[in-house]
Ligand binder design. Structure first.
Ligand code: FUL
Length: 481
């Protein structure tokens, strides 16, 4: 009897489930490595090399190795700061344009092995790897394609050299979450004493597809960043501004690193045929490298909050550069600002007012796709409409009148990026009062609006490529307006 009942129950559930089909993915969708990257949202960039000691931004490539001499380098301090600041990882300039390697590469003499630091026995990358492991952070590398020290730069042999270095980095330092390929190629340099200008063709010289294969082979979980992907794209500026309209999609075959695509990179392509989301890289100071005369010019916690809204709040990840000083430590002013920003962030998003509240929608797809999925705290459930319905309202009932001034929206991006336009309004004195208009959503959008006292918040999806799939909605009353 018990067996028959179980069987009956199973059959009924199967029938119920089979009635409501999952929405089909639309357009390009993120890979597993990209999904893991989206979850990271906020992590640290570390610019450190001979420039730190010569007070430059771009080293010419003729710097003596002996100039690299941090007096009390402590990667644990970097990692602890990143962790305490709420960051999820660190990407370090293993080699910047000057060609100096922070690890003892066997392919060049221009590295820490010929510096006086630790009698040439030191390895910054190894120390940082260890520190990242200790503090539960992911580890990433920047390897400048442009090398102003190398005598063979600009020849086909240079590519072998570059790839050998990449192999070293991707073999000897554990798991790498992101490999950062810079698009900058200035031309003049030391080049082993030639002191000349060497121009390369950005489109062809680097033969990127074969370099990308090395990354896939050695670090299959790593995402690759460049102006044009393949996995993550530059946002098109270094001022911390994500684009309000931001597609994770790109027609990347039309682009290449170092090309003139800054404008396109902000918005991406609505009809892009690859998933290539944007990363906002920006420095906590004016420069990328440490300069003592910028000690008083560190971004304030409030300014970092604005950066957060214009990056993470605009469907991008935030890669915030914090350059170590000549001691090999993150400067006290930078640390103070980062930690104070962390506290502001906690207060900004302290209590989710939408969580667990009653949610209604103009329609929903059926069992499993209820509107209540948007505030159940589970990123794997989502509200979806039927295939033939591509717009809709979703209403969060707050109960008694409540002050609200922030909203977080997330699409279920495993099924692609779909929403093209949305609106948010509040029910005040019996009428719907418009609060904000928006375009794309993607992984995450965070928007501010002046405090409104309301019993209901309505999110209208007014334009979508196909049926919307919304996985998360949060509401907050942040301090201030
Ligand atoms: C640029 C470089 O030229 C800067 O020095 C810095 O590394 C920045 C993140 O990327 O293209």
């Amino acid at each position: 009897m018990k067996k028959t009942l179980t069987l009956l129950f199973l059959i009924t559930s199967l029938v119920a489930c089979s009635q409501v089909k999952l929405p089909a993915p639309y357009g390009p969708i993120p890979s597993h490595r990209q999904l893991a990257w989206h979850e990271m949202e906020y992590y640290m960039f570390v610019h450190f090399t001979v420039n730190t000691f010569t007070d430059k931004e771009w080293g010419y490539g003729d710097e003596k190795e002996s100039v690299f001499n941090p007096t009390s380098l402590d990667c644990r301090q970097w990692a602890k700061t990143a962790k305490d600041a709420g960051m999820k990882g660190i990407i370090i300039t293993a080699k910047h344009h000057d060609g100096f390697c922070l690890w003892p590469s066997q392919f060049t003499e221009h590295s820490v092995k010929n510096s006086v630091w630790k009698d040439g026995k030191g390895d910054v990358l190894r120390e940082l790897r260890k520190a990242c492991d200790e503090f539960g952070l992911k580890f990433g590398v920047y390897l400048s394609p442009w090398d102003r020290n190398s005598s063979i730069y600009g020849t086909p042999e240079y590519l072998k050299y570059y790839r050998n270095q990449l192999r070293e980095l991707l073999t000897n330092y554990g798991d790498v979450f992101e490999v950062w390929f810079d698009g900058a190629n200035g031309g003049d340099g030391y080049y082993g004493g030639a002191r000349e200008t060497r121009k390369i063709d950005n489109k062809t010289f680097y033969d990127w597809s074969n370099t990308h294969k090395i990354v896939r082979e050695l670090q299959p979980s790593a995402v690759m960043f460049s102006d044009a992907g393949p996995d993550i794209r530059w946002v098109g500026n270094e001022s911390g501004m994500g684009s309000l309209t931001n597609w994770c999609l790109l027609r990347k075959d039309e682009m290449y690193p170092g090309g003139d695509f800054a404008k396109i990179l902000g918005e991406g392509h609505s009809d892009g045929n690859y998933w290539v989301p944007a990363e906002v890289d920006v420095s906590i100071r004016k420069g990328w490298f440490y300069h003592q005369n910028q000690d008083s010019l560190v971004r304030s916690p409030e300014n970092l909050m604005e950066l957060y809204y214009s990056s993470v709040g605009r469907n991008s990840n935030l890669l915030l550069n914090v350059p170590p000083d000549r001691r090999g430590l993150l400067h006290e002013n930078d640390v103070k600002s980062l930690l104070a920003f962390r506290e502001l962030l906690k207060k900004e998003f302290e209590t989710d007012l939408a969580k667990g509240k009653k949610v209604e929608a103009t329609s929903f797809r059926g069992n499993g796709f209820e509107p209540s999925n948007v505030n159940d705290g589970n990123p794997e459930t989502y509200w979806a409409t039927s295939d033939n319905i591509i717009t809709g309202d979703i209403i969060i009932n707050l109960g008694p009148d409540t002050d609200v001034n922030r909203i977080i929206l997330q699409e279920y991006i495993k099924l692609g990026q779909r929403v093209q336009e949305f609106k948010v309004s509040a029910f005040v004195n019996g009428v719907w009062q418009p609060l904000i208009d928006g375009t794309t959503i993607g992984h995450k959008v965070i928007r501010k609006f002046p405090v409104v006292k309301t019993s209901k918040i309505k999110i209208t999806i007014s334009k979508s490529k196909v049926c919307p799939v919304i996985s998360n909605i949060e509401l907050y009353r942040a301090p201030g307006l």
